[in-house]
Ligand binder design. Structure first.
Ligand SMILES: NC(=O)c1ccc[n+]([C@@H]2O[C@H](COP(=O)([O-])OP(=O)(O)OC[C@H]3O[C@@H](n4cnc5c(N)ncnc54)[C@H](O)[C@@H]3O)[C@@H](O)[C@H]2O)c1
Ligand SMILES: [Zn+2]
Length: 715
């Protein structure tokens, strides 16, 4: 070796050290520090140097080895047939070169050779051994010769047959395949992990590998893992199949999942075409693949071709563009979602990820920013897989520039300027602008007009969108200023439907306080809570000026809901919108509660099945007016079940628990009795809590006589 080789030697040493470290983090810790693209680049570079300078090759070079040795903690399992890696093709030219190589060795025409093509699943390779049809052992690949015995963990996967299907299982079968997690399950799993402040995985592959290597199989059992078979390593006695594709079909008969995308093609043209098509499908598959695996289909030809050190000669992996890339985080902006959720969005130095240029990625929320430890100016790893929004998965802290800036969460909504609310037990921060915030306008209007809110007939989503587009409606109050003539200008809005809408709007003005409160769309204030707030405070003014402690005193209102209500009414814009609505003529009768006896206070009722004489909502409203709570499921505490036609499991449960059941006729009778105040049950409990709350205007126990002060005061 001459002196000129010294820099090259240094590079080789550096690359080996980096690759060894990356292997350890990837295969043993399931916590990679490099992206696959960065890893592959280094490995390629090392291979290039070693090819040009064979004297530099050492047996322990990462180019000569597969995976990593097994970790302590699991028994070692010697693979009877080594679990190899695959050679890679990074271009169609390299793919064509593979076909040519194979053809030359076999001394046949390349176009004659049949190849079985499959997706290259991006998960963790495992091997399963069956004796007389029974699973006896399962192991990871490890370093290819020796893997980790993870039989108990693999047994928890539903897609791993514990016993082979069919009458006559082979005496011995060793099957190889990939354990993966699909995108939807992966997102859900990480979402839960974020909530629990547990470990969040960078990608499904690491999650799959990490889940398989849990010391407690009960943990593995909770992970959404699935096994897909791609290879038979040993089978005795042989089935007599001549091809790989026939063997795969047999594995299906034994009860294994195999790829739906498997196809047999001929020659370079067939292989290239398959890879292109699979590449086009990639984003829609719902699971990660990092390429296609092309195998000579004929098993006799496979044996003839044999192996080189770390891979078979009869197969190649065609690699797709990597799903993770590194780039610079230039800035962070905060977006407001349609329900007010504030999402930090990373503005990135544009980078091509798996064939698409990515310049934005989600950072989820403040917790995620803290977890990642990310700063503006950092070099970050971005992942884009399938239809999932690109995200920042890792920070290269060692590359942090000295002028990196902290990410500061805003205190006010970047769209409307309202306060941002972040409750202690909630991860998500939200704009409290509600009715006013343009980002939330469409959802707010939809909710406002919905059946259980103001019930504005004919005001559907499409129409709301058109109204917003024309800038005719910014707050709900604008709805009541719409004129039929103008509405008729909208597409698909004839004269008749415009007039109908204006009539519906006018009709909707006479509402109830409970509906009005519900229609405001305050976070977590559903129909029942709105009804409780209405009957507790009696007037909108009392509700709007209520302090937190007063709000918390309302039935079923906890600190979280109380805070939402409190913040909502403290926003000047929300108050303005409410004033406008009342100025437009919205009004409500005195609270029904005070006119009616409430014999059912403290009781929970459930309605099920179909009622003939009224809708279930009407039945529910009448029960609530009598003071009952109406729940969706039956429990021991249920006071009674109203069972209409075709009642099912709720009826069964009520009977089991001995909960009283009323059919429709009995229910109507009972309603009439209660509503007439003839009940003998706890009428004296009437409005006890309301009285205590008091506005200083009414005496205890006395029915209140509240005027529609808000409505009248404003007009
Ligand atoms: N980011 C990092 O730090 C880091 C570190 C080490 C390895 N890696 C990545 O791992 C890869 C190299 O790993 P490798 O040697 O495990 O695998 P490989 O990519 O060379 O391919 C071999 C593997 O493909 C899998 N496979 C999937 N579908 C298959 C099918 N239908 N038929 C046969 N095999 C199929 C098997 O698990 C098999 O072991 C590279 O892509 C590299 O980027 C990354
Ligand atoms: Zn806002």
């Amino acid at each position: 070796m001459t002196n000129a080789d010294q820099p090259l030697l240094d590079e080789v040493m550096r690359l080996r050290a980096e690759l060894d470290d990356a292997n350890h983090r990837y295969y043993v810790l399931d916590d990679p520090s490099l992206t696959d693209a960065d890893y592959d680049r280094r490995l390629r570079r090392l291979q290039e140097i070693e090819t040009a300078h064979p004297e530099l090759v050492t047996p322990d070079s990462p180019t000569q080895r597969v995976g990593a040795p097994p970790d302590a903690g699991f028994p070692e399992v010697e693979h009877a047939v080594p679990m190899l890696s695959l050679d890679n093709a990074f271009s169609e030219d390299e793919l064509a070169a593979f076909v040519t190589r194979v053809a030359e060795r076999l001394e046949v025409e390349g176009e004659e050779i049949a190849f079985c093509c499959e997706p290259k699943l991006d998960g963790a390779a495992v091997s399963l051994v069956y004796e007389t049809g029974v699973l006896i052992s399962g192991a990871t690949r490890g370093d290819g010769r020796t893997g980790e015995g993870i039989t108990s963990n693999l047994r928890t996967l539903r897609s791993v047959p514990l016993r082979l299907r069919g009458e006559a299982p082979p005496a011995l079968l060793e099957v190889r395949g990939e354990v993966t997690i699909d995108h939807a399950s992966f997102e859900a799993m990480n979402e839960r992990a974020r909530d629990d402040e547990a470990k969040v995985f960078a990608n499904p592959r690491n999650a799959a590998a990490g889940s398989l290597r849990q010391l407690d199989p009960r943990v593995t059992a909770t992970r959404p893992l699935s096994f897909s078979a791609y290879q038979v390593a040993r089978i005795e006695p042989p089935l007599g199949d001549a091809t790989h594709s026939a063997l795969m079909a047999h594995l299906g008969d034994f009860g294994f999942r195999t790829s739906k995308e498997l196809a047999v093609v001929k020659g370079t043209a067939g292989v290239v075409d398959y890879c292109r098509r699979l590449g086009e499908k990639r984003d829609g598959l719902g699971y990660d693949i990092d390429g296609a695996v092309i195998k000579v289909n004929n098993l006799r030809l496979q044996r003839e071709l044999g192996f080189v050190a770390r891979a078979p000669r009869w197969a190649i992996a065609f690699k797709f563009p990597a799903q993770e890339q590194t780039t610079r985080l230039n800035d962070v902006e905060f977006q407001v979602g349609r329900t007010g959720a504030i999402t930090p969005v990373a503005r990135l130095e544009p980078v091509s990820v798996a064939g698409v240029t990515v310049s934005n990625a989600t950072l989820h929320n403040a917790d995620e920013i803290r977890r990642l430890g990310v700063m503006i100016g950092d070099t970050v790893a971005i992942r884009r897989a399938g239809d999932v929004i690109p995200k920042v998965v890792r920070v290269m802290e060692e590359l942090r520039p000295s002028d990196a800036r902290k990410i500061v969460f805003p205190e006010r909504c970047p769209v409307c300027g309202a306060e941002i609310e972040r409750l202690e037990d909630e991860v998500v921060a939200r704009c409290s602008g509600g009715l006013y915030c343009p980002a939330q306008r469409k959802e707010a209007l939809k909710h406002f007009a919905s059946r259980r809110a103001l019930d504005i007939d004919g005001l559907g989503e499409k129409l709301i969108e058109a109204l917003i587009e024309h800038d005719w409606v910014t707050t709900p109050a604008d709805l009541f200023r719409l004129e039929a003539e103008r509405l008729a200008e909208l597409p698909r809005m004839g004269k008749k439907s415009s007039e109908n809408l204006v009539a519906a709007l006018s009709k909707a003005k006479a509402t109830t306080l409970a509906r009005f409160i519900y229609a405001l769309g305050i976070r977590e204030v559903g129909e029942a809570t709105a009804a409780n707030l209405a009957s507790h405070f009696g007037t909108l003014e009392a509700l709007m000026s209520a302090e937190l402690t007063a709000l918390e005193a309302v039935e079923e209102v906890g600190p979280v809901v109380a805070a939402h209500v409190h913040t909502f009414f403290r926003q000047p814009h929300n108050r303005e919108t409410i004033d406008e609505l009342i100025a437009c003529g919205l009004s409500w009768e005195e609270e029904a509660v005070v006119e009616q006896p409430q014999p059912l206070v403290g009781q929970t009722w459930v309605l099920t099945g179909t009622l003939e004489g009224m809708t279930r909502d009407q039945g529910k409203a009448r029960l609530q007016a009598l003071g009952a709570k109406v729940a969706g499921s039956v429990s021991k505490k249920t006071a009674g079940l109203v069972a209409g036609e075709a009642a099912g499991s709720k009826l069964e449960k009520a009977m089991q628990l001995g909960v009283p059941v009323l059919d429709e006729a009995a229910f109507l009778d009972q309603l009439a009795t209660w509503e007439a105040g003839e009940s003998d049950v706890k009428e004296d409990g009437l409005n006890a809590s309301d009285g205590e709350q008091g506005n200083g205007e009414q005496g205890n126990g006395e029915p209140r006589d509240m005027k529609r002060d808000d409505a009248e005061g404003a007009t």
